[in-house]
Structures are given as structure tokens and as C-alpha cells.
Write a protein that binds this ligand. Structure first.
Ligand SMILES: Cc1cc2nc3c(=O)[nH]c(=O)nc-3n(C[C@H](O)[C@H](O)[C@H](O)COP(=O)(O)O)c2cc1C
Length: 395
């Protein structure tokens, strides 16, 4: 299965495991890449030293291409980017903000850049800035969501940019891949499906919630990070939503901010500078920055500690279609083989259908006539000319 994306990334199938905070860990990334897709490591929650270690761990597990994700505006952004460039990772996935600095810094280093976007104007700007690929994530997606659905956003962007488009949000199988290709995308990126795989770093308790969840169990809330985040509903989210506060107090905001700085091991100066940039990139107020930090800890409660009651379980609507927790490589192979057989089936069905319809109408004239008439569009005849055309009686 070859598209411009598979050529560019040198992968077998146009199937990408989307970046996911602390859970797209080296074993998951390597499992997806080893199966012929492309795994992506998430760097946002780690220090430069940890990211370098993770990149090397992925390399120890696979010789295939992989990616690393970087979110604009996070404290330590430049240092993290430098590590990725030094390590010559095949793909950097740039989330939010302007990727120009990254593009300049990685020029000539053999690193491809994919921008994650949620609106057409961002895709156009990313293309103009010089990124190699855009990944569009629609409203169905897990994590921070676009107001626009994947169904609308994908063909909209694919029709306007020249670089390859990857569709994300709502995919879990081969049907989705075929649909995305039909919409003009060159591949798909899946988050929730891979979060519920054997190698994902998500605790088992949350993986089980993915399997149990129905299509009405997720909601988009701005209470966690200040921006619309799709999560699975639970008691804590319900409480936050009903309070409509977005955080449980000033004290928690301050202590979370301090905790995040400690975790990142960066100087106060860099932290404030990073916070200032984050404020611009996220268009967030200073108090919202505290909320972002607090939100990160609430997300970690689920993603690191498996707390399904008081943690925020990030998930896409597609969790309604997830029924098992298979190895990630099996997910890649199943999507690819289902898509391949589906394309064959669709082709047969589309070819067969008009012929069958006409054959029913002209049983006496045989298939030769049917073939000749198959794709000819019907023209409206002027009044009185109808009798000149051959008349067929219905059986
Ligand atoms: C558990 C989880 C964590 C995620 N964490 C991040 C993240 O840290 N950064 C990011 O840019 N996107 C994150 N996402 C969003 C994914 O990269 C991707 O856009 C989304 O999952 C696609 O939609 P889907 O879940 O329907 O496949 C996360 C998604 C999930 C499910």
C-alpha cells in the first residue's frame, strides 16, 4: 500500500500512531514501526535527558523510521528540539504554534516536520512555513479537539494544500483508512486505538474503560486545561463541569506549577520565558497557565496512576468501537489488510452494481449491450424524441 506519505517516511503502510503524552512509550512506538507503520514518541512531558534516552531505546527496539512529538511553547522547547535534531530522528511532529524556528534549526539535517493542525488556516500557514506533512485532527479525536469534524476537515485541507495530509480523529480500522484515502488524505494517525493496545503506557484500568465506553461516554471539557479536551466522563469530570471552575483552587494551581517546574528540571528564568511563550501560543492568561499545569497532573492521575475516578482519561469518540486490547503490531496489520480487501470489494461492488441493474432491465439483450451502456450518462430527451430510443420493458 503506497502513498506519498509512505514514500516520504519510508514506511510500508500509511498508518501512524499519534503522539500521546506520557503513554506513547518506546515499546509502543517500536511495535508500530516494526509492523510497517510509524510510531511517534511524545516528548512534551519529559526532560531533554529523558527524551534522548527514549529515542535511543526506540532505536534499540527497531531499525525502522519513527517520529518524536514536540509541543510549541512548552518550557524547554528549544532544548528538546536540539536533542531530536542531534539524534537525527526521522520525523518531528510539531504541535501548535509556529514551527519556523524548528524548520530553520533542522534544515539540512534530514529531519522531516509534520505539523498537527485543527483548522484550514493553520494548514495553509504550516505549508507556507515549509513543513513536509500536515496532520489534521477533527472534533471526534481524543485530546485537544478542533471544532470541525474529521469528515469535513480532511477533504477541506486535502483540497487546498499540496503537501501530504494525514487524517486523525475517529479512526480504528481499515474502513477508516479507505475513507481517509478517499477524502484525499495520504494516511491516518490513530491515538485512542493505540492507547488501548498491549504496549501502550496507559494503565490497564484505563484501557478497560476504553473497551467499556459507549459512543456517548466522552465529552469535550475546558475545565482541565482551559482548552477543549476530549475525555471519558467520570465523577471528577462531572464535578468540575458542574462547578464550571476549571480547577480546584489557587493553592493547587500554585503547587502544580511548582511541581511541573521541578519535574522539568529547568531554571526559573527558562520556566518564566517558556510560560510567556506558552501564553502567546495558547493565547492563555497567566492564571490559565496554572490551570494547564494542574490539568497536566490530573491527566497524569489517569495516564500514569490508573485513577479512573479522579483522573482525566483522554479518549476519542472512537473508543465506542474498541472491543479489545491487542498488540499494537496486530492493529497495524489488521488495518492494512482490511483496507486492502475493502478496496478490492468496493471496486468489485461499484463495477458490478450498474451492470446488474441494467441486466435486470434488459434480460433479452444480453451482457454486450449492458457493457456498452454502463457508464453513459442519461441525457434528458426533448419532448417527442423519446420514441426514437430503444424501449425496454421492465421484467
Ligand atoms: C490518551 C491520549 C493522549 C494524547 N496526548 C496527546 C499529547 O500529549 N499531545 C498531542 O498533541 N496530542 C495528544 N493526543 C491526541 C492524539 O495525538 C491524536 O490527535 C488523537 O488521539 C487522534 O484521535 P483518535 O483518538 O480518535 O485516534 C492524545 C490522545 C490520546 C487518546
Amino acid at each position: 500500500m503506497r502513498t506519498r506519505l509512505t514514500h516520504l517516511l519510508n514506511i510500508q503502510y500509511p498508518i501512524i500512531q499519534a503522539p500521546m503524552g506520557p503513554i506513547s512509550i518506546p515499546p509502543l512506538v517500536a511495535a508500530v514501526s516494526n509492523a510497517g507503520g510509524l510510531g511517534i514518541l511524545a516528548a512534551g512531558h519529559f526532560t531533554p535527558v529523558e527524551v534522548r534516552e527514549d529515542i535511543r531505546q526506540v532505536r534499540a527496539l527497531t531499525s525502522r523510521p519513527f517520529g518524536v512529538a514536540l509541543t510549541a511553547g512548552i518550557p524547554g522547547y528549544e532544548k528538546l528540539a536540539e536533542v531530536m535534531i542531534e539524534e537525527k530522528v526521522p520525523l518531528i511532529v510539531h504541535g501548535r504554534g509556529n514551527p519556523r524556528w524548528l524548520i530553520e534549526s533542522s534544515r539540512g539535517q534530514g529531519v522531516l516536520i509534520m505539523a498537527q493542525i485543527g483548522a484550514l488556516k493553520h494548514a495553509l500557514r504550516a505549508e507556507e512555513d515549509g513543513v513536509d506533512i500536515v496532520c489534521v485532527a477533527g472534533h471526534e479525536a481524543g485530546g485537544h479537539v478542533s471544532p470541525v469534524s474529521t469528515l469535513v476537515l480532511t477533504p477541506l485541507v486535502a483540497g487546498k494544500v499540496k503537501i501530504p495530509v494525514v487524517a486523525a480523529g475517529g479512526f480504528c480500522d481499515g474502513r477508516g483508512l479507505v475513507a481517509a484515502l478517499a477524502f484525499g488524505a495520504e494516511g491516518i494517525a490513530l491515538g485512542t486505538r493505540f492507547a488501548a493496545s498491549r504496549e501502550s503506557g496507559m494503565p490497564d484500568s484505563v484501557k478497560r474503560r476504553y473497551v467499556e465506553a459507549s459512543e456517548s461516554d466522552t465529552l469535550v471539557t475546558s475545565s482541565i486545561t482551559g482548552k477543549g479536551l476530549r475525555v471519558i466522563r467520570n465523577a471528577y469530570i462531572n464535578k468540575l463541569e458542574s462547578n464550571n471552575k476549571g480547577s480546584s483552587g489557587w493553592l493547587q494551581r500554585v503547587s502544580s506549577t511548582l511541581e511541573m517546574r521541578r519535574q522539568l528540571d529547568i531554571s526559573w528564568w527558562r520556566f518564566i520565558a517558556g510560560g510567556w511563550r506558552m501564553k502567546k501560543d495558547y493565547e492563555a492568561s497567566v492564571s490559565e497557565l496554572g490551570q494547564l499545569a494542574t490539568g497536566a497532573l490530573i491527566i497524569d492521575k489517569a495516564a500514569k496512576h490508573g485513577d479512573t475516578v479522579n483522573g482525566a482519561m483522554i479518549a476519542g469518540q472512537v473508543c465506542a468501537r474498541i472491543e479489545d486490547i491487542p498488540p499494537a503490531g496486530e492493529i497495524v496489520r489488521q488495518i492494512a489488510s482490511q483496507a486492502q480487501s475493502l478496496m478490492g470489494l468496493l471496486d468489485n461492488r461499484l463495477r458490478a452494481q450498474p451492470a446488474d441493474e441494467v441486466a435486470q432491465q434488459v434480460p433479452s439483450e444480453g451482457k454486450v449491450e449492458v457493457k456498452k451502456r454502463r457508464y453513459r450518462p442519461r441525457r434528458r430527451s426533448p419532448r417527442g424524441k423519446q420514441q426514437d430510443r430503444p424501449q425496454h420493458s421492465n421484467p
